[in-house]
Design a protein around this ligand. Structure first.
Ligand code: NDP
Length: 486
């Protein structure tokens, strides 16, 4: 029975825009070094732009090599004092940061949405609460480090450089900073070029929390700043989240140097639907897996594997559900799919989608009216995809799902593992034993059962193969920031 036949009432959505008049943004943001905002040595400022309107939001200082050098010196000088604090005292600072993120959560959510294009519903309900949760979680670990690394005596690594992408700007900063600081390291964070704002608000929060000067520095700028940070002597570790190509470059640059490295890179994750799954629930999970954050998610369920016996049924249900997605103003609380993060990313998505059509896959894009300004891409489904197609192999990082089919469990496992990536996977089945059997055969860092894109600060996250190495989250996320002494 369809919804329409149960009621004659047609429900229209009234616009529900979130207010922006409560924001305390300034026109210009400097670099954050030694506990203060400062001018960049080369005096360069670049506007950060709202991808939904193409309008500038604020001018952002871009760091140069001299700023990187200074930030490393400051972090080196601050590190022994920070590490020497009683563990519980360090934890208190992290608790304060977590509480301040909660107190400023409405403002942070709106700024995240303005700067990155993601729906407010997501920044408000996912990004910001999870960022606070990561600080809370690692605040609790600060005085229990030896239990986090199986009763061994540990010490901090020293100074860490952290480079984060634009898809979850504040959340990625929290994933990186919270464990590093809990362990007694000092950190230099390089936010992504298109989304620096919430990292700079986090710098204000560090000031409000009276975090000792030099414990956290924030250096906005382009890829060159990241590259300079990686190459700067005086660092003990680099933690990077981003593309596999840049991850590879960083690994090469660090070869032969005594610098620890963790890489959280791309993915082409399989979301596997068996015929015995609760199909309506699976469709919700497929939608959440690929259209959450416009598909700008490293673990997005972008390769949908459906058992042949239910292929047509699942595709019909999915297509109907996609038609009900609301695409548009990210600040509207009803919006499901917001703006693409940048013109460059839109171009990448368009190129790969065109390749999918050229190679013979069948494209269906939802007919929705997209705003005239800004960067947009309609939710898209590809069927008749072969495992050799680019859209089945390469990370699209957009609201595009490629559907493949399988007949047997063995074929599902074979196809799911047929990727150079190994970040995440989803399994939809009513049979618990099958779920465990398939999960243990999948070469993926995270496997979700009957859910997708479910994150928790207590759970480890990270990849196999070209999705990188090292884990973030939970006690496993402490290990990359500690040296075992004995
Ligand atoms: P990048 O890997 O280029 O960016 C990630 C971060 O690294 C950004 O802060 C970036 O700065 C910085 N960076 C760029 N070049 C260097 C360098 N040579 N040395 C050190 N740091 C550097 O990702 P893109 O933004 O270019 O996105 C490209 C593709 O990568 C996407 O289409 C997607 O497929 C994938 N991706 C995967 C992510 C994931 O979570 N796994 C996240 C983001 C992208 P800046 O922003 O200034 O360029």
């Amino acid at each position: 029975m369809t919804v329409q036949s149960r009621t004659s009432i047609v429900w229209e959505y009234a616009p529900a825009p979130e207010a922006t008049d409560h924001l305390r943004l300034t026109d210009r943001y400097g670099l954050f070094i030694e506990g203060a905002f400062c001018e960049p040595a080369e005096g360069r400022y670049v506007p950060t732009v709202n991808p939904a309107t193409e309008e500038p939001i604020a001018e952002i200082a871009w760091a140069g090599p001299r700023d990187v050098e200074r930030a490393v010196e400051v972090a080196r000088a601050a590190q022994p004092r920070w590490a020497a604090l009683p563990d519980r005292e360090r934890g208190k600072y992290l608790f304060r940061i977590a509480r301040l993120i909660q107190e400023r959560s409405r403002e942070l959510a709106v700024v995240e949405t303005l700067d990155g294009g993601k729906p407010l519903r997501e920044s408000r309900d996912v990004d910001i609460p999870l960022a606070a949760a990561h600080f809370f979680h690692y605040a609790g670990w600060a005085d229990k480090l030896r239990y986090g690394v199986v009763a061994r005596e540990v010490e901090p690594l020293g100074v860490v450089g952290q480079i984060v992408p634009w898809n979850f700007p504040l959340l990625m900063a929290a994933w990186k900073l919270a464990p590093a600081l809990a362990c007694g390291n000092t950190a230099i964070l390089k936010p992504a070029e298109t989304t620096p704002l919430t990292a700079l608000l986090l710098a204000e929060i560090c000031q409000e929390a009276e975090l000792p000067d030099g414990v956290v520095s924030i250096l906005p700028g382009d890829g060159a700043v990241g590259a300079a940070l990686v190459r700067r002597p005086g660092l003990d570790k680099i933690a990077f989240t981003g593309s596999t190509a840049v991850g590879r470059e960083i690994q090469t640059a660090l070869a032969g140097r005594e610098v620890e490295l963790t890489l959280e890179l791309g993915g082409k994750s399989a979301n596997v639907v068996f015929e015995d799954a609760a199909l309506d629930q699976a469709v919700e999970g497929i939608v959440n897996g690929i259209f959450f954050n416009q598909g700008h998610v490293c673990c997005a369920g972008s390769r949908l594997l459906i058992q042949e016996s239910v292929l047509d049924e699942v595709i019909a249900k999915l297509w109907a559900r996609m038609g009900r997605l609301r695409v548009g103003d990210p600040l509207d609380k009803n919006t499901d799919v917001g703006a693409i993060n940048s013109a460059e990313q839109l171009q990448r998505i368009e190129t790969l989608v065109a390749a999918g059509e050229d190679e013979g896959a069948v494209r269906r894009s939802v007919a929705c009216s997209l705003p005239e300004r800004g960067y947009w891409f309609a939710p898209t489904l590809f069927t008749d995809v072969s495992p050799a197609h680019r859209i089945a192999i390469e990370e699209i990082f957009g609201p595009v799902v490629s559907v493949l089919s399988f007949r047997t469990q063995a074929e599902a496992i074979e196809k799911a593992n047929n990727s150079r990536y190994g970040l995440a996977a989803g399994i939809w089945t009513d049979k618990g034993a099958k779920a465990f059997e398939v999960a243990s055969a999948l070469r993926a860092g995270v496997v979700w059962q009957n859910t997708y894109n479910h994150f928790d600060p207590t759970a480890a996250f990270g990849g196999y193969k070209e999705s990188g190495f090292g884990r973030e989250g939970g006690p496993a996320g402490l290990r990359p920031y500690l040296r075992v002494v004995r």
